[in-house]
Design a protein around this ligand. Structure first.
Ligand SMILES: [Zn+2]
Length: 307
């Protein structure tokens, strides 16, 4: 199901505008990434220590080999034994290093495919709708596991509205969802940087843009634009972000605008360069829209927009 029949030209304009914003804001985005790196990369220091230990072990193996040789054998045997220990050392050095460098936050948990991640979210929301919550992954055992690292199976860009907490709507727990929340679930550079981080370094392969019924931010944007007014203080930045959806749904109700806004943000993520676009094109990740109905508690998901 696609929420709206969004005007194709309009979506392209939004996409072009979004790319322009990305280009203009690149230094800030880069700085954002550095900040995230400083926050999340202690594993690299552990990795360095680990490598030093591995080198020591490799040298110890070689020394042990040399010590054993005089009583054993000829130069040829020594040479063969030396090759063997060198090979063992090489394996010790390369295997964990590759793993840790690629996935610094969590080396154990397998990645969850976009389809499986979506199925998990749907099942969790069905439990929420039915009032049969399991409250998974919220005990001290889970907390202790996560102290070592995280591997969230999905990313949610949701509205800041207090009634729409993704962990509750999808009946998930600690370490399950990487959540970015801002009023109107709009996409800015900080949100995008966070999402890129979760895709590239935490291994999340599904991105969900979660909007909801009677969204106050969308309603305010609609009313502000319809009355040719200007929202107070920083709220106007939200109005500007939601404006393309408002203009694409003139004359329709606020729910049409909410869904158009979700679609626009999904498209913004799908076409975001240099990271997300290529991941979407190869099928490594998927981006879907989702609409939460306050009345029924049900979340409905969009399918990929037909180009
Ligand atoms: Zn909202």
């Amino acid at each position: 199901m696609t929420f709206i029949d969004a005007n194709h030209l309009n979506v392209k304009e939004i996409r072009a505008g979004w790319k322009g914003r990305q280009d203009n804001a690149r230094p800030e985005l880069t700085e954002g990434r550095h900040r995230l790196a400083r926050l999340f990369y202690p594993a690299f220091f552990i990795n360095g220590t680990f490598r030093a230990c591995q080198l020591s072990l490799a040298f110890s193996l070689n020394n042990l080999t040399t010590a054993m040789h005089p009583s054993l054998a000829t130069k040829t045997m020594k040479s063969k034994f030396s090759i063997l220990t060198t090979a063992v050392a090489a394996i010790l050095l390369s295997l964990p290093l590759g793993t840790i460098a690629k996935e610094p936050e969590h080396a154990d948990a397998p990645k969850v495919s976009p389809a499986d991640a979506l199925a998990r979210l749907k099942a969790g929301n069905q439990r929420f709708v039915a009032g049969k919550l399991q409250h998974p992954h919220q005990d001290s055992k889970r907390r202790a596991e996560l102290a070592k690292g995280q591997r969230p199976f999905a990313i949610v860009l949701g509205c800041a509205d207090s009634r729409t907490s993704p962990e509750v709507l999808f009946d998930q727990g600690l370490g399950d969802l990487f959540v970015v929340r801002v009023a109107g679930n709009v996409l800015d550079d900080h949100a995008l940087a966070s999402i890129e981080y979760a895709v590239e370094h935490l291994g999340a392969q599904l991105i969900v843009v979660l909007g909801h019924q009677r969204c106050g931010a969308v309603q305010a944007a609609k009313e502000t634009i319809d009355s040719n007014a200007e929202a107070p203080a920083h709220i106007n930045s939200l109005v500007t972000a939601i404006q393309p959806a408002v203009e694409a749904t003139r004359g329709a109700d606020v729910e049409a605008t909410v869904k158009a806004n979700i679609d626009n943000v999904v498209e913004g993520l799908r076409s975001s360069e240099p990271v997300l676009k290529k991941e979407v094109e190869t099928g490594a990740i998927n981006v879907v829209g989702a609409y939460y109905n306050l009345d029924t508690a049900a979340v409905s998901f969009t399918e990929k927009k037909k180009e």
